[in-house]
Design a binder for this molecule. Structure first.
Ligand code: FAD
Ligand code: NAP
Ligand code: SF4
Length: 679
């Protein structure tokens, strides 16, 4: 008897026959480096992390990148039976949940991006992202790299993996053989395209010969590498077809090199922006194709699959944000999905900074053995004041654990500052976090009281065992002559649309909020995050004609508001230096493309009818602006906490109210979750 198709997601929940084995559904957790392999007890933590996602219903998972040798230098290596033994903890944990769930190991040889002086490449061409020049491989060196990949695949099989994914994109070793910029060889491994393809194809052929027919081999291809002069469409298709002949089971499409100047996973990228490219490639092949990038909810996955753009949908960060994404979709509980907002703040930024990876909206990610929400043995009556991210996280976790929680906010809706953030073009995903929390308050039966300002007296009368003050921040008002001039406005009023913003504007303070407000006031028309064509136009991508790399010769075009904006800071460091490691450049580029003048080393003197009087490098000048928007940071709003001191009620202070400087939603949610797990 054939199973009935799923009523809402028939494509997502249709198994996929790979010939020698089957995937139970079309949902894949794509590869993400967690850094856990390198920490003490890391394999135990990795096992718990993957097992939790296996229980969450995913069909197949790919591990973070593992190097085949020392030269591949990304930290963890798989080349010996001892390495294989360590990884058995992971494969056994996953197959222990369900033997039908596949887990494949990604083989990642970083090539010119490796963090080791032993780094290698086809030629001695330094990546723009590295300080080191790779050692050009000689013939013996090339053969060694191939052998090491084969050995790595063999050891992955010994470790119990169902397959391996070989990464041939992103500027890592295999991809650097493919393009002329990084492959300047004149032997059989360089020169014409046939020669340049030889290295990755030889790896695939020899891996297949080693592991036999019943082992999944995925090749990750740069289907659109976003490089000026990158791979042409014909080259992409030829490589994929040759990979199929060489023994690949599946082709996985990737859309960038790390050094490319087009954002491909940041929150400003529209959902499923690149799956059309996978769809075109899929038509050329006889093996299944995986698509990826900004597919973060089951309806997006289903649409991609139903339209024939892919056979499998990769959702990597979305499964950090919610390990049960697939299960919740299957059970019709989509409104309970904690959606990845593509901020990169706790995942990719941490990975690139060498910190442990987690997730802004889910601090349990990669901490499954560390942070757990166990039922409370002594349920308490708790009041949480402030329904911003900190208060919401605390209330939901505490209530999930069985405490009786009342949540108060003076506003008419939950969310605190997220209600401002969600209005910034490119931050539309923040609506999802608010939808998630609204639902979780219901599921966990939190007593929500909006439009309610509570006093210390109310709390004392309320008979609470514990009060949590999550009252957020107060915007800082700099002590500058003329700060009360009519042309000075606060970022809050600008975002809420309470004030008119003039044609010539100074934004005072270039932190995250200064950038966001500038983006907002320079914006015109549809947000690029909501429209693939606008995104393509703004970032100079031609999806239709696919010139080399998708970008060669394409001139970006942006429609901007008619406005002249100065974004100012006092520090002498480059403006925007403090923004996220992996997304800061996108914000800086976006404003630069809009003609915003970003000025550092500014000293503010006064504001008057003429404008803003400043000095830059000691040179006085006047910016003749109509509006000065103050984005000069924030201070904790902790009045209520101070009033409660000495009341005898156990009180905690969290989020911006605890610490405003450098406090972001990642820190607020993390702090709240840990405290609520312990109360
Ligand atoms: P808040 O969000 O400020 O919430 C405090 C709540 O307490 C408010 O709802 C308020 O109404 C309520 N309240 C105050 N006093 C009382 C009282 N006496 N009684 C009842 N209720 C009260 N962070 C990031 O990590 N990433 C981003 O991309 C990002 N973008 C941002 C963009 C903008 C435009 C803004 C403004 C902020 C952004 N932030 C971002 C910062 C992030 O929103 C804050 O760090 C986070 O909201 C702090 O959470 P919180 O719960 O401590 O405080
Ligand atoms: P912020 O990042 O601390 O920036 C405040 C800015 O104001 C700084 O550029 C500072 O730089 C300036 N400033 C501080 N004191 C001043 C004074 N007295 N007079 C004039 N200028 C002064 O704070 P924010 O922009 O308000 O953001 C608040 C929090 O939200 C931060 O933690 C931020 O990370 C987070 N957030 C994150 C994002 C994101 O995309 N990740 C977006 C928005 C907000 P100078 O002193 O050099 O001028
Ligand atoms: Fe997604 Fe941000 Fe979490 Fe990373 S930190 S998984 S981008 S929500």
């Amino acid at each position: 008897m054939t199973a009935q198709p799923h009523s809402k997601y028939p494509h997502l929940f249709t198994p996929l026959d790979l010939g020698f084995t089957q995937l139970k559904n079309r949902a894949l957790m794509g590869s993400m480096h967690t850094g856990l392999e390198e920490v003490e007890g890391g394999f135990e933590r990795l096992a718990a992390y993957f097992a939790e996602r296996a229980r969450g219903g995913v069909g197949m998972m790919i591990t973070g990148g593992i190097s085949p040798n020392e030269e591949g230098g990304m930290g963890s290596e798989m080349s010996t039976p001892k390495h294989a033994q360590e990884h058995r903890q992971v494969t056994e944990a996953v197959h222990g949940v369900d033997p039908n769930i596949k887990i494949c190991m990604q083989i990642l040889h970083a090539g010119p991006l490796a963090h080791t002086p032993k780094l290698v490449g086809p030629s001695a061409v330094r990546s723009r992202l590295s300080k080191l020049v790779p050692n050009a491989l000689d013939e013996a060196g090339v053969q060694k790299q191939i052998n090491d990949h084969v050995q790595c695949a063999k050891m992955a099989k010994l470790a119990g993996y169902d397959g391996v994914e070989i990464i041939g994109s992103a500027g890592y070793l295999l991809s650097t053989f493919l393009v002329e910029k990084t492959n300047q060889r004149e032997d059989q491994w360089g020169g014409n395209y046939e020669n340049r393809m030889r290295f990755p194809l030889e790896i695939m052929r020899r891996c297949r010969a080693e592991v036999g027919p019943n082992f999944i081999l995925i090749f990750r291809i740069a289907a659109m590498d976003m490089l000026q002069g990158g791979m042409s469409w014909d080259e992409v298709v030829l490589l994929a077809k040759e990979m199929e002949k060489a023994g690949a089971t599946i082709i996985s499409t990737h859309f960038t090199w790390h050094e490319s100047a087009v954002p491909t996973i940041a929150t400003m990228v529209p959902r499923a922006a690149f799956s059309g490219v996978t769809g075109r490639l899929r038509k050329e092949l006889n093996i299944p194709c995986i698509t990826s990038n900004r597919i973060n909810m089951p309806d997006v996955a289903e649409t991609v699959l139903a339209s024939g753009e892919a056979d499998i949908v990769s959702m990597a960060r979305p499964m950090l944000a919610d390990a049960e994404l697939v299960k919740k979709a299957f059970e019709g509980r989509e409104d309970e999905i904690n959606t990845c907002i593509a901020c990169n703040q706790a995942c990719l930024d941490h990975s690139f900074e060498g910190k442990e990876v987690s997730c802004l909206v889910n601090p349990r990610a990669c901490h499954e053995t560390v942070l757990n929400y166990e039922p409370s043995q002594a349920p308490k009556k708790i009041a949480v004041v402030g329904a911003g991210p900190a208060g919401l996280a605390y209330a939901t976790v505490a209530a999930e654990r069985g405490h009786s929680v009342s949540l108060f906010d003076v506003g008419i809706e939950i969310g605190g500052q997220f209600n401002l953030a969600k209005q910034v073009p490119g931050k539309e995903e923040f609506y999802e976090t608010l939808r998630y929390y609204a639902r979780m308050l219901e599921v966990n039966q939190v007593n929500l009281h909006l439009n309610t300002r509570v006093s210390a007296n109310d709390l004392q009368q309320g008979g609470y065992d514990h009060v949590v003050v999550a009252t957020g921040i107060t915007p800082r008002v700099p002590d500058i002559e003329g700060i009360d001039h009519s042309k000075v406005v606060s970022y809050i009023d600008v975002i809420r649309g309470n004030v008119e913003v003039g044609k010539i504007v100074a934004v005072m303070g270039a932190g995250g909020i200064g950038f966001d407000v500038t983006e907002l006031i320079m914006h015109s028309g549809v947000s690029a995050a909501m429209d693939k064509e606008v995104f393509a136009r703004e970032w100079g991508v031609d999806f239709k004609n696919h010139p080399r790399g998708g970008v060669t010769g394409v001139v970006p075009h942006i429609v901007v508001a008619e406005r002249q904006v100065y974004l100012l800071q006092r520090k002498s460091t480059p403006v925007g230096r403090g923004l996220g490691k992996t997304t800061g450049w996108t914000h800086r580029m976006s404003l630069a493309k809009r003609g915003v003048q970003m000025i550092n080393g500014v000293e503010y003197h006064r504001i008057d009818d003429q404008g803003l009087h400043i000095s830059i490098d000691g040179q006085p000048q006047v910016l003749e602006v109509d509006t000065v928007i103050v984005c000069a940071g924030q201070t904790p709003a902790r009045g209520l906490f101070d009033e409660l001191a000495g009341s005898g009620i156990a009180t905690s202070l969290i989020g911006g109210a605890f610490e405003a400087a450098e406090l972001d939603a990642k820190a607020a949610i993390k702090q709240a979750s840990y405290l609520a797990a312990a109360v």
